[in-house]
Design a protein around this ligand. Sequence first.
Ligand SMILES: O=c1ccn([C@@H]2O[C@H](COP(=O)(O)O)[C@@H](O)[C@H]2O)c(=O)[nH]1
Length: 267
Amino acid sequence: MTASDGFFDRLRARIDSVDSVVSIGLDPDPKRLPEHLRDRDLPRWAFNRRIIDATHEYAACYKPNAAFYEDADGWRALRETIAYAEGKGVPVLLDAKRADIGNTARQYAGLLDHADAITVNPYMGRDSLEPFLSRADRGVFVLCRTSNPGGADFQNLEVAPGKRLFEYVAQRAGEWNERGNVGLVVGATAPEELERVRELVPDLPFLVPGVGAQGGDAEAAVEFGLADGVGLVNSSRGIIFAGEGESFDRAAGQAAKRLKERLNRYR
Ligand SMILES: O=c1ccn([C@@H]2O[C@H](COP(=O)(O)O)[C@@H](O)[C@H]2O)c(=O)[nH]1
């Protein structure tokens, strides 16, 4: 592996080395942290470190969601978490769902100085994504068909005869993949749409959230989420909050292992 390898080369190497496509979401909701960690300096970091120690051998990547770190201590906890994950050889995908007008987007794209990949929102159009797309060595996952119940509200609207918005986004994202660094976010809770997006863009890797607490379709996530073996199936709460109390990390390790084995049955 050289510094010039792109994100998806690094991700492929990681998937091969751990034989896993599991993305582990690091979403340390302060209200759900174990009691005994709450009085620590940076409890979220103390929690994440134990989770990473217990799960890294099953992790194709870690996916911290920026929402859980957007305060002063949070950013410190995130920096420590990312450095620790990378020290274990695990790529980090920051789920930040950013994009904006040019100068603001350029600021947001600075997040890629700290993470291997990021999620972005395509709603403001190509120029709002350019500062991310131009980082050839970083992964850029474009929201396409999200996993939430309202994901269909706009994304499934027909924007041209026979073409729904998420289909249009998928095709445009395929065109934006000039540097080989674009992926899509497509939820496991929408398996028909997942299959359709795979037909439209056979070569783009997907990040597929929603197989854990949201009850999405794990088989479809693997069948349609991977492009030539590369892609990510994410669970956050289902892994990191699998257990409680002192041994929360052991339960997380077991949950990560179970998900890896379950997904591998479909690979
Ligand atoms: O369509 C989307 C896009 C992002 N997410 C994020 O993934 C995790 C899912 O967490 P679970 O606990 O496994 O449900 C979370 O960070 C979401 O914000 C998504 O769920 N759906």
